[in-house]
Design a protein. Sequence first.
Length: 700
Amino acid sequence: MSSHVSSKEAQDFSDLNPSQREAVMHGEGPMLVLAGAGSGKTRVVTRRIARLIAAGVAPSSMMAVTFTNKAAAEMRERIAHLVGPRSAKEMRVMTFHSFGLELLGSEARALGLRDGGFTVYDQADCSATIREILRSIDAGKRFDIAAILARISLAKNAFETAESWVPRPHDEYDEIAREVFPRYQAALRSFHAFDFDDLVTETVSLLRRREDVRTRWQRKIRYLMVDEYQDTNAAQLELVRLIAGSWRNVVVVGDDDQSIYAWRGADITNILNFSEHFQGARVVKLEENYRSSASVLAIANAVLSSSRGKRFGKVLKPTRPEGARVEVAVCLDPEIEASFLVDEIQRATTADPTLTHDEIAVLYRSNSQAEPVEQALKEAGIPHRIIGGQKFYERKEVKDLLAYLRAALAPEDEISVRRVLNYPARGIGEASLQKLSSYAVARDLTLWQAVERAIDIDALGGAAVEGCRQFEQVVTVTRQMLERNTPSHQVAEELTRRIGLKEDLMAASPGEAFARRWRNVESLINLLKRRDERGPSDLQAVNDYLRMLTLQLSEEEEDARRVVTLCTMHGAKGLEWRLVFVIGVEEGYLPHTRTTDPKATAASDQDIEEERRLFYVAVTRAREKLWLTRCKHRSSRGKPMNRTPSRFLLDIPAELYDQREVSIRPGPDYQRMAQGAASVLKALDALKDGTARPVPRRRP
């Protein structure tokens, strides 16, 4: 045992509240720590580990399991601070998948593998395997590979085999996944490979069937701690039960009110039924919140108070002052909502110089909601980043369309020309591209000039020459339209028609994937249309606008700690900011249409309750100031649609927040107009009640 443990830190619990102290002092047997948002759960876990080590428990006999490598690294660092780096290194602090990798690697003989020889396939490897299987069964490009993988993953984690898994009736993707599943597993085994799901499920299978292996690992791990227990699936629960064994020294920390990952297999009943899985378990509730102001917590508690799902009775108790009032902004449309956010961010950071951009976040239910906000922030020069979703301007279909426009504006832009020279495919493969490049280099030409001279390049085949002619024609016509000051959005629309972009996307990404990618194209065209409405579409104006949209280098070089965060509600879990905007608090987004549409096979009351918990997670990210915004109108498939406030917003008593209407773009002019109008109204009111002071006459 290491001598680094500080007896003072390990034994002095004066900084802990009574519930935290009870959890830290727990010794043998199972325990569930219900840790509300911002209640100091990591402190409890690390302090308990330090106390056990100080009491003589060998660090090597303890394991703490988290869900991400980042969380594991942070926990290990905090443990090292308490018990010293040597003891921290002896402990297992890892993810479920890392533990599975360790166990399977050390039990290669039990698996029937020679010399521990197996490969772990990442997402790209798995996708390539699925793609080859689809080709072999002549399914071609009809299916979204990620959707097939997701179904196989859910089946595996529910301990369904390729033979036992029953697809849902009339679900085309379930049916193709059922056909692919056995071939996929056979392919992995023939390659001596495991995917990420196998690292847990194969570990469980091995522990189940080999008593000697199970006993060996139960002796190694005498104390087991699991963080974010509400996110565990069936396979992870079984792994916990098998490792805990007869010792039953298992402590899990989680919050049923933050269970938001059912769509990827998490099972909330794991935490709700913990005392049934581990008889005699102690349950400790951490309800004191050290993160958010009292006004924010009042909203959070109100959101959950209307829940109709099964949950532990738990109410967050503030330890901080009431703070700023929560406000709800009712905006006319998404563009005004985005402008309002920008204006409020600028106002807040001006009013409080200590509020920096990294302490501000904009949270939303769906990635599609980020585009107008990102555009408004970009135009206002406010640095930002997106977590939990790809940036709008980094999406392939958006980059391709922008590359065509840039090539038309500046044919010497070789990066843009290279990007779309053979997209959509027009017979110019890698070999032909190399011949074009060699020709250009030998004659000191640009790649575009080589394309213009393709017919003179003897090494090029006929298909490549014809492809170069087609590309040259598309770019030339596009430039001519721009030179005639044709509105840029009309140029982009004509460009997509000429290259057959819609048809290509439809062939490559069927179903919802195509719809999502085509919406991205339409969003870019709409952005160009809004730019056209603000000014002329001459070459220089369009060029300046495209340059502003694609300033990738400066964004990459910016200090990530000084940027506004745009994030999905799912991606925000575990994070916190001083100022938080939760946008789109409307029916259809929150709860999402998928959970309320009676035609959706997966729609259920449980799904709606998970959406309520997701809203609760978003609200509790705010430390000091919380804004909730919604729109009265949004466009859906090009048609304006009226929007109604989220049922979760209606559950919050009106006295807990202030509401304002935002119907025109905010900004300095708007603020001056509003102040002037307020002054006039005040003067009129004074005249009515007789309190107005007479205005002295001017002397002639």
